[in-house]
Design a protein. Structure first.
Length: 319
């Protein structure tokens, strides 16, 4: 609650000074647990949590855009469903608030029957016809890409690769853009015990993000947890917490806490990569992630759907 109060004061000060903070909301993996999930992991009021997250985001006073990192539903071809209904209500409410909603294609958007699943996706969210796109919000920009490579044709992959490389170069050269973020569904780095790091995502997208001048955060979901990896320019090895205040770090954040079954992570000596997230437990809390460009810097916040949007952790991505 203290963190929530601090953010409210910060927002008030920004407003009275005539400066409008740019605020982006990221959430991922809002799907209901499958029967397999329930048999394998602990059910934790996941479906009601999805609604709590949607409602908490809708209640935020400040948001310039909402980015869903994929896996809106467990089975996209299961239509109608409560998941699609919840998403439709969320999307329509954001539209009434005049807040744009962007969505990344997750692997569950192709399940079970890919043809029928895509038809459902296009019915509920026609904008997803654009699997890759770039969006500008003041001096911030967001790149959305599709990394479901097993569902994509070689022609699509080539076209997306060329577009992505050109877009990164254009944003780096655009004097109106201060920072940009890249969003895919699959994480290039994760300590998840259910799903591993995606080498193709890293090869096609993250490596270019890493070399860009204005790129700050690579966002993904798929791992139902919160994870935070930091990198220094020229070194693709994740750094430990002692380096979190090094200037000009590249951040890779996994934000998959939108209501899907919570995945256990490898921690301690078993972890694959150094993870600087404050949550040092195997199971991470339900959450969404907020990035705000403030007079003090680029602020990142892990926000709970409970307790009126309590801020669980905050840190500066750029000062």
């Amino acid at each position: 609650m203290i963190h929530t109060f601090v953010f409210a004061i910060l927002f008030f000060l920004i407003t009275i000074n005539g400066i409008s903070a740019q605020t982006l909301i990221f959430l991922g993996d809002t799907q209901s647990p499958t029967i397999i999930d329930k048999n394998r992991f602990v059910y934790n009021n996941n479906d009601s949590t999805r609604k709590e997250i949607y409602n908490t985001i809708l209640g935020l006073e400040k948001k310039d855009a909402v980015i869903h990192l994929g896996d809106i539903t467990a089975l996209a071809d299961n239509d109608p469903s409560q998941e699609w209904s919840d998403f439709d209500n969320f999307k329509d409410s954001l539209s009434r608030q005049k807040v744009p909603l962007l969505a990344v294609m997750g692997n569950h958007e192709y399940m079970l029957n890919p043809t029928k699943a895509i038809e459902s996706v296009q019915k509920h969210y026609p904008e997803k016809n654009k699997s890759f796109s770039v969006h500008k919000f003041g001096s911030l920009a967001v790149i959305v890409v599709n990394d479901n490579f097993d569902q994509l044709s070689p022609e699509f992959i080539k076209a997306q690769d060329n577009w992505y490389r050109n877009t990164v170069n254009e944003l780096d050269a655009d004097t109106s853009i201060r920072y940009f973020f890249v969003c895919s569904h699959h994480p290039p780095f994760t300590n998840n015990t259910v799903t591993g790091p995606d080498s193709k995502t890293k090869e096609h997208f993250w490596d270019i993000f890493f070399e860009a001048k204005k790129s700050v955060v690579y966002m993904s979901g798929h791992s139902h947890a919160f994870e935070h990896f930091i990198f220094m320019h020229g070194d693709q090895t994740p750094l430990d917490k002692t380096n979190r205040f090094v200037p000009e770090l590249k951040h890779t954040i996994v934000s998959g806490g939108g209501g899907g079954i919570q995945h256990p992570l490898l921690i301690g000596t078993k972890k694959r990569f150094e993870d600087i997230a404050e949550f040092e437990t195997e199971i991470r809390p339900f959450h969404f992630f907020r990035i705000s460009l403030t007079p003090k810097g680029l602020l990142g916040e892990v926000v709970s759907p409970f307790n009126q949007g309590e801020v669980l952790n905050f840190f500066y991505l750029r000062n």
